[in-house]
Design a protein around this ligand. Structure first.
Ligand SMILES: Nc1ncnc2c1ncn2[C@@H]1O[C@H](COP(=O)(O)OP(=O)(O)OP(=O)(O)O)[C@@H](O)[C@H]1O
Ligand SMILES: [Mg+2]
Length: 227
C-alpha cells in the first residue's frame, strides 16, 4: 500500500533522508521510531506530498506521488501534532469546511460521534482542550475516507485519558482495514498499535522490528545506542 524506494531528502548540504526503502502492506499498522532529528517528520512530509524528495520514489496504492499527487492525496489522511484547525469555527463547521476542500460529503455527525465530540459539535474549537483538538483532527483526517492514515506523534502532550481514547479510535480504524503509519516516541504505544516498524537514525533505516514478537521487549536498548 505504501512503497518507498531509495528515498533521499537533502536540505542544502544536509541529508535528512538517506536512501530509505519501506514496504507497508494494506491493513498493516506500521511504526516509525527513532530519536529526534532521525528524519521521521521529513518522511511523513514526503508521503503527504508536502515535501518533494531529492531522489527515489513513493508509490501509494500503486500511484506514484510525484506523478499524480492529487490522486495520492485522496488516499491519505494526515494527523500531525499541530492539529491544523480553525479556532474561530465550531467543531462541526471545521469538518464542513475541510469536507468542502476535499470535495467529499461525509456524515459529519457520525464522524463527530466516532471521536466522541458529538456533544461539543456546536462549540468553538478555540475553547477545546488539546486532546479534543487532536480527536477532531483525526475526524478531519478521515473525512474523505482515506485508506491510509499517517500520524506524526499524535499523542504527544495528551493525558492518559485522551491517549486511551485515541488508542481505541486507532484500533477501530485498524479493524476497519485502514493502513496506519505512526511515528511515536512512546514504545509501548508502538507495541500496542503496530504490527511492525523500523528504527530510523540519521536518515537511515537501522533496524526492522516485529513489534508483536518478544524482540520488541529490547526496543529501549536498541534506541539508547542511537543519536
Ligand atoms: N526544512 C528544513 N530545512 C533544513 N533542515 C531540515 C528541514 N526539515 C528538517 N530538517 C532537518 O532534517 C533532520 C530530520 O528532521 P525531522 O523533523 O524529519 O526529524 P524527526 O525524526 O521527525 O525528529 P523529532 O523526533 O524531533 O520529531 C533534522 O536534522 C532537521 O533539522
Ligand atoms: Mg518529527
Amino acid at each position: 500500500m505504501i512503497q518507498v524506494e531509495k528515498l533521499s531528502k537533502r536540505f542544502n548540504n544536509f541529508t535528512a533522508l538517506d536512501g530509505i526503502s519501506l514496504h507497508i502492506k494494506q491493513g498493516e499498522s506500521f511504526a516509525l521510531l527513532g530519536p529526534n532529528g532521525a528524519g521521521k517528520t521529513t518522511l511523513v512530509g514526503i508521503l503527504s506530498t508536502l515535501l518533494k524528495p531529492s531522489s527515489g520514489r513513493v508509490l501509494i496504492d500503486s500511484v506514484d506521488i510525484a506523478e499524480e499527487p492529487e490522486e495520492a492525496k485522496r488516499r491519505i489522511g494526515v494527523v500531525s501534532h499541530n492539529p491544523y484547525l480553525y479556532d474561530e469555527l465550531t467543531a462541526k463547521e471545521n469538518l464542513e469546511f475541510f469536507a468542502e476542500l476535499y470535495d467529499s460529503e461525509p456524515d459529519i455527525n457520525s464522524l463527530l460521534a466516532q471521536v466522541n465530540l458529538d456533544h461539543r459539535a456546536r462549540d468553538m474549537v478555540g475553547t477545546f482542550s488539546r486532546g479534543m483538538k487532536q480527536r477532531l483532527s483525526i475526524a478531519r483526517a478521515i473525512l474523505h475516507d482515506p485508506s491510509i492514515l499517517i500520524l506524526d506523534e499524535p499523542t504527544s502532550g495528551l493525558d492518559i485519558t485522551s491517549r486511551k481514547a485515541f488508542y481505541s479510535l486507532i484500533k477501530n480504524l485498524k479493524s476497519r482495514g485502514k493502513t496506519i503509519l505512526l511515528t511515536t516516541h512512546y514504545l509501548d504505544e508502538a507495541r500496542l498499535l503496530c504490527d511492525r516498524g523500523v528504527v530510523l537514525n540519521r536518515g537511515k533505516v537501522v533496524r526492522d522490528i516485529d513489534l508483536q514478537a518478544s524482540e520488541a521487549l529490547e526496543l529501549e536498548d536498541i534506541f539508547e545506542g542511537l543519536g
